[in-house]
Design a protein around this ligand. Structure first.
Ligand SMILES: Cc1cc2nc3c(=O)[nH]c(=O)nc-3n(C[C@H](O)[C@H](O)[C@H](O)COP(=O)(O)OP(=O)(O)OC[C@H]3O[C@@H](n4cnc5c(N)ncnc54)[C@H](O)[C@@H]3O)c2cc1C
Ligand SMILES: NC(=O)C1=CN([C@@H]2O[C@H](COP(=O)(O)OP(=O)(O)OC[C@H]3O[C@@H](n4cnc5c(N)ncnc54)[C@H](OP(=O)(O)O)[C@@H]3O)[C@@H](O)[C@H]2O)C=CC1
Ligand SMILES: O=C(O)C(=O)Cc1c[nH]c2ccccc12
Length: 439
């Protein structure tokens, strides 16, 4: 412990975890923890924010609703309450996650941001370092464990593009993750950069609040109606995929899109060469599920514009030479994984922060797992979590039982620091005599 300029005190600790360390307390981390709890495997969840599901609580707009019907979005072992509508609101989803965490007694260590994680070949263990700051004290902790579950999400960091002149832009520039409501933009000209689900829904919200949104479509986008004749388009696609090849499902979806939405290309919304479900599965690009933006585009309340060349003062020049005056800019330019910044591993994860094996990327070697990176939204999260807990379960609960038998105490219920230290030591010794994870 030492003092820096009379302000910062750093403390260092090392903690043995008698089970997996789960990085991230979003839906993925919570789902995995719940499945492990059911199998009596202890775990530690590390979360950089001060709450669970920080993406949903802190980085989404007020009017957000789930896009897919509720049965595709609930986590394992606890369905949504019957009273929830078909498309739950963000508040309902957060409330559900809060009760999920308390039901399965998941108490993440908040304000602990994982800085590095590496597998130590000699001991066969993971070493996970976190940093947290509170009231001028910086604490660094190292967790040592046999299993590491990466649950930091596909949307961990915002993508902020470099656009000529943007830094000098006279008005406000925000990322979609900081956009809450169109209320304060009433009467203002807002340039929305990007036309994924965020860009479309921010534009719709702005139009609903009497702002004047122009939405930049630099390449192409698949827009699908959220429902076709009262049935969820996503659900129709899933049902067809059980019987038909992907290319045929995409062809049928595109016919349905044309029947419901007409030719969207005449509004500047060019469709990609690849079909919507194939594009999602190959490139991870989610099709837009329309909840009203198309109607605003047709009526001219949302203006669709091509790519940006540069900003100049409060004007933006587009690639077609057109110039627009704008008051504010919302960058709905997407997100990326942050795994490459902290995980020192290059066999399982690719440089883009996603597992290399796109569709089966939940299990690596040396006790490494990933949950929520298979580009299948919340239903993919649940599938990964169940598989991971099944895989760790038998070994994890065995270790727990051995330790409880040896110590004669229920390990989770202790409050005695000496006892914790004793169990840590015992755990390390036990590990030495039990098999190390396969390499
Ligand atoms: C606006 C929006 C709406 C969406 N709507 C839907 C939808 O309707 N249906 C659907 O299926 N999917 C939707 N998604 C996709 C979304 O990815 C999932 O809903 C879900 O949030 C994924 O959960 P996750 O736990 O994998 O990631 P996240 O929810 O992002 O949680 C990851 C957690 O890890 C934490 N973390 C990150 N890095 C570190 C670190 N180094 N150390 C410690 N903690 C860290 C983060 O703070 C965060 O709390 C939406 C995404 C967005 C952006
Ligand atoms: N209600 C819901 O369920 C919602 C769900 N979501 C989900 O959140 C995730 C993230 O969505 P989203 O935030 O829309 O991100 P996406 O990655 O889906 O979209 C990013 C958009 O930004 C564009 N873009 C990026 N850089 C530039 C640039 N320099 N100039 C112009 N355009 C640019 C991209 O264009 P290009 O294609 O050319 O690269 C693309 O249109 C998705 O899974 C989405 O489904 C989001 C909002 C609501
Ligand atoms: O809304 C999201 O971000 C999702 O990832 C949900 C989703 C997963 N697969 C899809 C295919 C079509 C539309 C939405 C999704």
């Amino acid at each position: 412990m030492f003092r820096l300029m009379d302000q910062e005190v750093t403390t260092n600790r090392c903690i043995w975890v008698n089970g997996p360390v789960i990085v991230g307390a979003g839906p993925s981390g919570l789902a995995t923890a719940a499945c492990l709890r059911e199998q009596n495997v202890p775990f530690v969840v590390l979360e950089r924010a001060d709450c669970i599901a920080s993406l949903w609580q802190n980085r989404t707009y007020d009017r957000l609703k789930l896009h897919l019907p509720k049965k595709f979005c609930q986590l394992p072992k606890m369905p949504f309450p019957e009273s929830f509508p078909e498309y739950p609101t963000k508040r309902q989803f957060i409330d559900y996650l809060e009760s999920y965490a308390s039901r399965f007694e998941i108490n993440p260590k908040f304000n602990e941001c994982v800085q590095t994680a590496r597998f130590d070949e000699t001991s066969g263990l993971w070493r996970v370092k976190t940093a947290s700051s509170a009231e001028s004290t910086r604490t660094e902790v190292e967790y040592i464990c046999r299993w590491l579950v990466v649950a930091t999400g596909e949307n961990a960091e915002r993508v902020v593009p470099e656009i000529d002149g943007l830094n000098e832009f006279a008005g406000e520039v925000i990322h979609a993750c900081d956009y809450k409501s169109g209320e304060k933009f009433a009467g203002k000209k807002v340039l929305v950069v990007g036309c994924g689900n965020s860009g479309m829904e921010v534009s719709l919200d702005l139009a609903n609040h009497f702002a004047k949104p122009s939405m930049v479509v630099r390449s192409s986008v698949h827009v699908m109606p959220r429902e076709v004749m009262g049935k969820s388009t996503f659900e129709i696609a899933m049902k067809m995929l059980a019987w038909l090849p992907l290319w045929l499902v995409d062809k049928i979806l595109l016919v349905l899109c044309w029947l419901v939405l007409g030719n969207i290309e005449k509004y500047g919304l060019k469709r990609p060469e690849m079909g919507p479900m194939e594009l999602k599965s190959v490139k991870g690009k989610t099709p837009v599920l329309d909840i009203g933006a198309m109607e605003k585009i047709r009526s001219g309340k949302i203006d669709v514009v091509p790519g940006i060349k540069r900003f100049d003062g409060n004007r933006v020049e587009l690639v077609n030479g057109e110039q627009l005056e704008v008051d504010s800019v919302v960058l709905a330019t997407g997100y990326r994984s942050n795994v490459p910044y902290w995980l020192q591993e290059s066999e399982f994860f690719a440089k883009n922060g996603f597992p290399k094996a796109a569709n089966s990327g939940w299990k690596g070697r040396t006790g490494l797992y990933a949950v929520g990176f298979t580009r299948r939204g919340l239903s993919g999260v649940s599938m990964d979590a169940v598989k991971i807990a099944q895989d760790i379960g038998p070994q994890g609960s065995h270790l727990q039982k051995v330790l409880e038998r040896l110590t004669g105490q229920h390990i989770r219920s202790n409050k005695n620091r000496d006892f914790v230290a004793f169990v840590d030591l015992l755990s390390l010794l036990t590990l030495e005599v039990t098999s190390k994870p396969s390499k």
